[in-house]
Write a protein that binds this ligand. Structure first.
Ligand SMILES: Cc1cc2nc3c(=O)[nH]c(=O)nc-3n(C[C@H](O)[C@H](O)[C@H](O)COP(=O)(O)OP(=O)(O)OC[C@H]3O[C@@H](n4cnc5c(N)ncnc54)[C@H](O)[C@@H]3O)c2cc1C
Length: 334
């Protein structure tokens, strides 16, 4: 029996493993992918991060390169591979976790490589699990190419003509901007788009967020509550500029479409966790800062787990540290 099994070897799982490696606990990280960093490698080819290198590292290893430069997805994938090697993190790849059940003294995991039991579990399976596309997409004519933003790699996947991009968060905005050279791009969103420059007076916007403690501000703090009320920000003004130059069009009301890219987000899927008390009536996890209400079960890497930074490379360490510390020194029961 392990002391801790971490499910997921992305940045959140590796950050938790880093702190576990400093303890005497017997632990293992499992992942269904066949290589570390694959969740980054599988994203669209041109992906550049919005967090500069200085804010894109995990504890115990800095990302190489110009600190204010924006890393590519391959750079991050390779960095995570090096990170695992440098800290000799035990990872068992190609191990798909099918179910997690509670036992009297811990947990039982059913995986594609057999059963594993552990006293504690850290779930680090990522914030972007099941791509969401509205159900009416299958009523759309077959000649129209339809892709979710998570399956989009590059323009070669599209037919000549125009592109309707539905929903515009950060990935939608980057994809729209890169397609605008070759296609008429129409963007359809339910709310108003809120753009933030990536750099302001020569410094990354994340420098200012950090300066004002916005990314570590707790959920219940005044700053945290204020931040949570803000509309989703699109980092970078590229798309905004192209809209004003009339190269990207907002809300094409009625038009003939050749390609649709659904940038409509993701749904979390924890249906494989067979421990009902961990979920509330809305199927959300019952937890405080990643510590669930089932003794020994923890979560890291989810957006707003404890703060705005919880799902970001440069800040996930805070929750990872908190969770591992809780495993090592659980507070005494009252
Ligand atoms: C387009 C895009 C751009 C982004 N840009 C930035 C940025 O600029 N800066 C930044 O800080 N963040 C950015 N993020 C957010 C965030 O950093 C990434 O989403 C990051 O990959 C999340 O890390 P994670 O470890 O929580 O999850 P993931 O990287 O998704 O890792 C989860 C791991 O769990 C494994 N897994 C899942 N389910 C199972 C299972 N049942 N059994 C076994 N293994 C399983 C997966 O294979 C995967 O390896 C971006 C996200 C996206 C989508």
């Amino acid at each position: 029996m392990f002391d801790v099994v971490v499910i997921g070897s992305g940045q959140a799982g590796l950050a938790a493993a880093y702190y576990l490696g400093k303890s005497k606990l017997k632990y293992l990280v499992v992942d269904k992918n066949s290589a570390i960093g694959d969740s980054w490698r599988q994203r669209y080819d041109s992906l550049k991060l919005f967090t500069p290198r200085i804010y894109s590292s995990l504890p115990g290893l800095s990302l190489h390169g110009e600190i204010n430069g924006l890393p590519s997805k391959v750079e991050i994938a390779d960095y995570l591979t090096t990170y695992r090697e440098k800290h000799a993190i035990p990872v068992q790849l190609e191990t798909d976790v099918y179910s997690l059940a509670a036992m009297e003294n811990g947990f039982l995991i059913e995986t594609s490589k057999g059963r594993i039991s552990s006293k504690n579990i850290v779930v680090a399976t990522g914030p972007f699990q099941t791509p969401y596309i509205p159900s009416f997409h299958d009523k759309i004519q077959h000649e129209i190419v339809q892709l979710h933003s998570s399956s989009y790699r590059n323009k070669k996947q599209l037919r000549p003509g125009n592109v309707l991009l539905i929903g515009a968060g950060n990935s939608g905005a980057q994809i729209a901007a890169e397609l605008a050279d070759d296609f008429d791009v129409y963007v359809s969103t339910s709310g108003k788009l809120a753009f933030k420059p990536l750099f302001f007076m020569g410094k990354s916007i994340f420098y200012y967020y950090n300066l004002f403690g916005l990314l570590d501000a707790g959920l219940e703090s005044k700053r945290g509550k204020w931040l949570k009320r803000q509309p989703e920000q699109i980092y970078g003004l590229e798309m905004k500029k192209l809209i004003s130059e009339k190269k990207i069009f907002e809300d094409g009301k009625s038009m003939k479409v050749d390609n649709i890219i659904w940038a409509t987000g993701f749904r979390q899927d924890f249906s494989w966790i067979d421990i009902p008390e961990v979920f509330n009536d809305f199927n959300q996890i019952n937890h405080k800062n990643g510590v669930s209400n089932r003794h020994g079960l923890y979560f890291v890497g989810l957006p707003w787990l404890s703060s705005r930074g919880s799902a970001l490379l440069g800040w996930v360490k805070n929750d990872a540290y908190h969770v591992v510390n809780h495993i090592l020194q659980p507070p005494r029961e009252q």
